[in-house]
Write a protein that binds this ligand. Structure first.
Ligand code: TRP
Length: 459
């Protein structure tokens, strides 16, 4: 599966295409919806600082490791991990890594599709000016009405998932990856404009204090776990999706350098989204921990109050939907690729089978905002459980396995091979971070909640 090796038009073209495609899979609802919701619910700065720390010290090394597996294995995650395990002479059980990843991808896609669907619903509402001059309370109420309307949610969830399935079943995702070259810059420019507006009409001082005034004592184990989960989620790592992008690696480029750029873009988008959303949140007197919908309340309000807000806001949510689409495709693809390769399914059949499963899970997720809001276990709804299990458990677990596999099980020369353009120092630094920081840190963080739960201990 060499996508760009055959088609690289000049060094710059292939390099930027690789970065854009990889960043396209990383940037998505996670950066806008999830980042703002988590930062809001977890005390702002405490979350943001721990999150940034994990991104650099844990996620970037794991992202590089994941792409290394892909560029060496050149297959779907399950096959790639099996083949590389064979190469390293270790147990075939390592393909569980691929398994776990496919499942995590499908679980994430289920509720991801619900949120992206809401984004699509807003395109039309904003274009048609339904938020024009609405008060903050009314915008909030409109969002709640939508959440409590399972029929609407189901329609939009189906629309989003349907498009994702269409792209995956026709196998045009290579084309889609290339379109990230256009979508991503447009998205960032629109986001910058929203930030500028938000700074003008929002409460910047409060937002800044909330997001960046850091105090050690605010950090708790649950914030640490949430930040770790988000650091994995936002970079799309831990489930093998990024392995596919290993095959995009243009020849003769620095793997660490290019992926650092991807991380920079993804982090910048999250922080910009925070700077767009929180000044509005504070000026509208919404509680920052108001739940999943900060972005869907703050931004429509802003678009309702600025000149040409309908056009601009409509365009903004259109681009958000496109950015979410490239993530959705990367979430569905590993499982489909596996069914096709392993069981010789036709691509379309594989997509329908897996897609149906995701659709049902998403259906359950969206019902937990209304009819099923009372179905809870340990206080969490179905939606929260899907989110928690995938983002806070499966992704870090997948990341841990990737870190151990590449850091401790693969032969060092085999790994070194994929780094032929990076200086010895960069390789050694990365290898060290992966082995001694990333892997142990994830292990400890994953064990703490278990320890708390089973021993009832207060850590
Ligand atoms: N990073 C994506 C986002 O921020 C979501 C995501 C998580 C993802 N894991 C993934 C996307 C794997 C593609 C593949 O929106």
């Amino acid at each position: 599966m060499s996508l760009f090796r055959e088609s690289s038009q000049g060094a710059w073209g292939s390099r930027w295409t690789f970065v854009a495609a990889t960043a396209g899979a990383a940037v998505g609802m996670g950066n806008i919806w999830k980042f703002s919701a988590l930062a809001g619910a977890n005390g702002g700065a405490a979350f943001v600082v721990v999150y940034l720390f994990f991104v650099v010290m844990v996620s970037l090394p794991v992202l590089i490791a994941e792409v290394v597996i892909g560029s060496r294995g050149r297959a779907n995650p399950i096959t790639a991990s099996r083949d590389l395990a064979r190469e390293a002479g270790i147990s075939k059980a390592w393909q569980t890594m691929g398994w776990l990843g496919c499942i995590a991808g499908l679980v994430i896609l289920s509720y991801y599709s619900v949120m992206a669907g809401i984004g699509i619903a807003y395109i039309d509402e904003i274009f048609t000016g339904q938020f024009k001059d609405l008060s903050a309370a009314k915008v909030g109420a409109a969002f709640n009405t939508l959440l409590n309307d399972p029929k609407q949610l189901l329609i939009w969830h189906s629309v989003f998932l349907g498009i994702v399935m269409l792209v995956v079943s026709t196998g045009v995702e290579r084309g889609l990856a290339r379109t990230s070259r256009i979508i991503l810059p447009v998205f960032i420019i629109l986001l910058l404009i929203v930030v500028a507006y938000s700074m003008r009409i929002g409460d910047v001082a409060k937002a800044q204090a909330f997001l960046f005034d850091f105090d050690w004592t605010m950090i708790t184990p649950s914030i640490v776990l949430a930040a770790l989960g988000q650091a994995f989620f936002t970079l799309s790592i831990g489930l093998g999706a990024m392995m596919a992008f290993g095959a995009y690696m243009p020849d003769g480029r620095s793997i660490a350098g290019l992926l650092s750029v991807v991380v920079l873009i993804d982090t910048a988008v999250a922080l910009l989204a925070g700077m767009a959303i929180f000044p509005l949140v504070f000026s509208m007197n919404i509680q920052p921990d108001a739940g999943p919908g900060l972005v869907f309340i703050a931004l429509p309000y802003a678009f309702g109050h600025i000149e040409h807000g309908e056009l601009f806001g409509g365009a903004f949510f259109t681009v958000v939907a496109l950015v979410a689409l490239s993530s959705g495709v990367a979430l569905l693809e590993p499982a489909v690729a596996w069914l096709v390769e392993r069981f010789k399914f036709r691509r379309i059949i594989a997509t329908v089978v897996v897609g149906l499963l995701v659709w049902l899970l998403g259906f359950a997720a969206l019902l937990s905002f209304s009819h099923w809001s009372d179905i809870r276990w340990l206080g969490m709804t179905i939606f929260s459980w899907l989110d928690f299990v995938s983002a806070s458990v499966l992704l870090p677990l997948g990341g841990l396995l990737i870190a151990i596999f590449v850091g401790w099980r693969m032969r060092e020369e085999a790994v070194r091979d994929e780094f032929y353009r990076d200086s010895g120092f960069i390789f050694v630094l990365w290898y060290w971070l992966l082995r001694y920081i990333a892997a142990p840190a994830v292990l400890v963080i994953l064990l703490v909640p278990l320890y708390q739960y089973f021993l009832g201990a207060d850590v």
